[in-house]
Every structure is written in C-alpha cells, then in structure tokens.
Design a binder for this molecule. Sequence first.
Ligand code: ZN
Length: 707
Amino acid sequence: MNQVIESKRISSQNLIGSRFSDVLLSQALINQHDLHIAGAHAAHQHVSLVDAVVELGFVSELQSYGALATATGLRLIELSGLTPSNLALRLVPERVARKHDILPITEDNRNLTYAISRPFDADAERDVAFASGRSPHAVIARPSDLQLALDKHYEHLGDIDLLLARVRSETSVEMVDCGDAKIPTDSPVIDLCNQIIARAVGAGASDVHIEPTKQGLMVRYRLGGILEPALTVPVESANLVCNRYKVMARVDISVKQRPQDGAFRLSINGRPIDVRLSTLPTLNGEKLVMRVIDSRVESQGLDSLGYDADNLARLKRALDRPDGLVLVTGPTGSGKTTVLYSALHHLRTGHTNIISVEDPVERQIDGVNQIPVNSRAGNTFAAVLRSVLRQDPNVIMVGEVRDNEVAQIVGQAACTGHLVLTSLHTTDSASAIIRLVNLGLEPFKIAESLTAIVSQRLVRKLCPTCRNVHNDVDAKRLGRDHGVESVAASAGRGCDRCRHSGYVERIPVAEVLTPDDHIREAIGRGATVSEIRAAMHGAECRSMRERGLELVAEGITSIEEINRVLAAEPITASRQAGGKRVLVVDDDRITRMLVKLLLEKDGYVVLEGKNGHEALEIAHRERPDLLIVDLLMPEMDGYQAIETIRQDISLSTLPVMVLTAEDDPAIEERVLELGADDYLVKPFEPQVLLSRVRAAFRRIERAAVAV
Ligand SMILES: [Zn+2]
C-alpha cells in the first residue's frame, strides 16, 4: 500500500518535473546544459528540480516558482501583503502548518485554500483536510515567502492570544464615542486594545504609554507617577494596535510622520472613561500616549489635598478673597488639576457664579458651570472665555494658560473683580510669572492681581509595611551624607502591599507663596527670573524641597524620592561641590579657618577676605560662585558690602550668605531686604553650614536651568 502511494507520488513529481523543465526552456530561462546539471544536483542533494535551479543560481526563486505555477496550472501568490483569515489560521493548527510548510489563507463552509511550495503533496492535503474538515485547495508560494508568513501569522496569533489571556478580565468594555468601529468587535486586536485601557483604569493609572521598540510595542502604565511596564505587543501586531487606537480617537491613520491628537470615550463596567490620545513619530515608529480620565472620581475639598497647615491656610486666604489671580504651577502629572478642582470644591457655596473652562473637563463638580473647550470646532479657550465674562461670573477657572489671548483675558478678569484660578505648565513659581509676562500679560497687572502661587510635586510615600526605619544615630548619619537634617527611613525590599516597589500612594510637596510687597515690586518692574526668585526667597514660605525634607525627617518618604522628583541632585560631596569657589569674608581668623576647612573638605575652593572692602575687591577680581559674609567688620561692614554688591551690575547676581553672631529677627530681615540669600547664626554646626552652602548652589543651578 505504502509502496503504491510512494510510486504514485514519484511519478506525479516526475511529471511535474518534466513540465517544469519545458516551461523553463520555452521561456528561455535556462539552457539544456544547465538544466542537466540542475537535474543531477537535484538527484544528488534530494531536492526538487524547482529548488535545484535556484540553489545553483540559474534562475531566481520567483522565476522558478513562476514556472512551477505555469507547469501545474496553479496560482502563484505573494504572501507578504496578504492577511490570512483568522478562521483559516485557527482551522489548521500551527503544528500541522509547520509540519508541511503550508499557510492556510481563506476558508468557507466547504473549502480551505492554503499556500504550499510543493504542489500535489498528498500528505499535506490529507492533513489539511483532516484538520479543517474542508476540501483542501492548494496555491503555490515561494518557500522563503512561506517561512516568513508562517512565522508572522502563527506567532502573532499565539502571542496575542497569550497577551489576551494575561490581560483579559471580567471587565466589560463598550465603545461609547469612538471613531469607526466597523472592524468586527470580536477581533483579538480590538479585544486587546480595550483590555489595555480597562486594566489601566482598574489599576488607577493616569496614562498609558505605547512605545515602538525592536521587540514590539511596549505598553507602560503611569502608576503613582512612575511608568511601569505592563506588556509587549509583538512587532507583527504593532501596527494593528496603533491603528486601532488611532481609529478610535479619530485621527488620520495614514499620517505617521507628524504628531496628532484625538480623543475617545469608553464605558468600562458602566463607568464613562475619557481617553485623550496623542501620537508622536519616533525613530522606531509612532509613540502613543493616552491620558485616562475617569470623570467620576470625586473631587474633594482643600483639606483632603494633604497640605500642611501653613500652606493650607495661605491657600484658603487667597481663595476667600472676592478677586485676584491664583496660579497653580508644575509639570505634567504634578497634581495641578486636583488642586484646581479642590479649590472649586471649596468655593462652591451656592451664592456665587462659578464657571470653569476646561480642555477637557476632567471631573464633574456640582455647582460649577463647566465648559469644555473644543479647539477643532473653533471653540477656543479665548472665544469661550470672552462669552464667559458676559455671564457675570464671580469665579473663573481656566484649565491652562497656553496662549497670549488667554493670558490677556485672565489678567483682565483678575484685575476687574473676578477670582481667577488657572494653571501653568512651569517648573516653579518664578518661571510661572515670567511665562505670563512672555505671553504678553503686563507685569503691573500680575503684580496687582496675584494673590497666591501654588507649586507642587507629588512624591511617593514609603510603604509602611516594608520601609526600613533608621535609629536616631543612623538617621543623623544618613542625613549628613545627604546634606539634610535627618533621614528617618528608606525604602524596603518591597512587599505585596506596595507591589514590590517599596512605595505606596503619593503625597504632595507644595509651596504656597502669597506675594508680599517686595515680590509685587519685583514683578511690577519686570524683574528677571532670578530677581523674582531672590525676592521670593525672602518671603516666609517654605520651598517644596524644605517641605519634602520634612517628610523625609518624618519617615514618610525617602531622600531618594525627593531627589528624584525635585530635580535629581548629585549626592556625593565632591560631585556636589565640583570645584565651586566660595569667598569667605570675616574679620575673625578662626571663623574663616573653620569655614575654609569645612568647605575644602567638601570639595569647594575657598577664598578669604577680612572686611567689606576686600569682599568687593576679591569678588570683582576672582568672580566667586558664593559669598559668605560676616556683618560686623571694621572699615566696611557686611551691610554696606551687600548693598554695594547688589547695586553693582556685574556682581548683582552673586549669591550672598550672611554669617553672623547677631541672632535678631530684625537684623535678619534687614539683610534679606538688602539682597542676601541666606542667614546663618554663629556658632553654627558644621553640617548646618555645609547643607546651607549646598542648598545655595542647588538654588543657583536650578535658576540657571530655568532661565
Ligand atoms: Zn511594601
């Protein structure tokens, strides 16, 4: 029986071989001599003649298989641009397909068409028929093409299925307001796309990042401010997933070379979820970022913000005024929106008209007239705001000041008896003011109307279950290493509660600055960022870093977390100092020596002077990076020196730290008014001096970056 089949096969293969030779010769693709060599090669190497002529380089693979198609009367198809039907792929399991090197292509009730490079292969036919329960119909494909297609379609199917098994949940996802959803909803890609969003919502992620890499599309969730890898979509499906999201968000799927924005809405377990999509072309392909907006998250009052009593009181004072401008600043993901919503929550008394103009409306609040902006529909911030002003508002919240027109309207409204709340995407308070000025808002209007600037970052809290709490000695020692007062705890190894990250939810580190006359004056005369920063430094307001270090000393967060969030700063002494030059001016030799020893040990270069005159002279000649100056000195005292330095255009930016035995608030106030940046009372502890000097340099460096 087997022998019969075997001999039948050989005869049919011989027949094909002979027809194939005829086609090659008739098309003048080969001559008799080469054909003869190829025949010998085929017999010797146990390959078909079709492959032998290719292996010997007589004809190309395409020509050879083209000739085979002609010889057999079967179609030759190209697989690269072809997508097999999902059902056909499922009907013929990967094992069968790989055993015979065939690719199922289409199917109907009765037939299954598959591609093969060896036509009339009885074993393959039988297995395909058996697996699919349909009549097999072969078409011809080149072996190299087949291999690629097999890898592509079976691997993709397997991985997507695996991925889906990992991410699939009981969550029900429905399209509410999405672009064309003509693709059948049972497609695994659509299922995967929905589950990716559902998982993000379930985990409380604020954003989903989808980035092309060589291994495929990397999907990451932003959880608690940190991007966490979730899964990788195989390269073959990368386009399908990107396109699906682009379709949902109604952006042009054919455009891949420029950034686009779009939005869609889903219902996840009955909860409406808005998603903002933005695309960006990168070297490896398009990167998608989706902001997930769960509008049903309840907004809460100011007390739930997690601010300390001081900051809270300042903010409430500003909000309880009938007019003025309250600015909230910070980078993306620093919680600006939460602050604005909490403020609105605080303000809704039922007796005022509160209008918010937002893009998009992220949370719904009762008692506030929320107006979504739709720039595409010509419904811009500026246009909406103009109408809003005709609606007799008491309080206006403007999502974000992004352009000149909006800045103008905001300034005008704040100066004409409205309380205006808005946010600016800047790193700190001083830069926010300069941004408003650069947007065309007159400095005097800002000076006049500004009642508070909130800057904040969110830091992760140490996991209370697994954090390492240090004893007092270690806490102090670690504090010294980091140039801070104390480090009460550090991140543990992680546990189930913190998903092995060592951290749990986030807490804000905020500074709420209420401008005093000094700051208003600086803003009003159009001062530079560093001048405004200097003016702010004099105001009684703890910086975000100071607030953060309090949390470190209380063991709520770690120093690493503070450094990560508030501009990562070098930690080791030598790097921190980096050969910076400090001029120490004191008539007391012992003090000079002590300061010099301390600073030199920390890597600073120290210059010395005995009085105000020498301070000025050395400062002009040597251009130090920082001046540490005593107050009571012969000839020219510290007050005069500081005053002169601040008036000298070439020295006006030199940071000055006063080091004095005078522990008197009035004196401190006076020197700060003169333009000193810091004030330290003698006798001082060595690490206090060091940490103050380090802090001064951090301020300088940050100022330089911001400018
Ligand atoms: Zn833990």
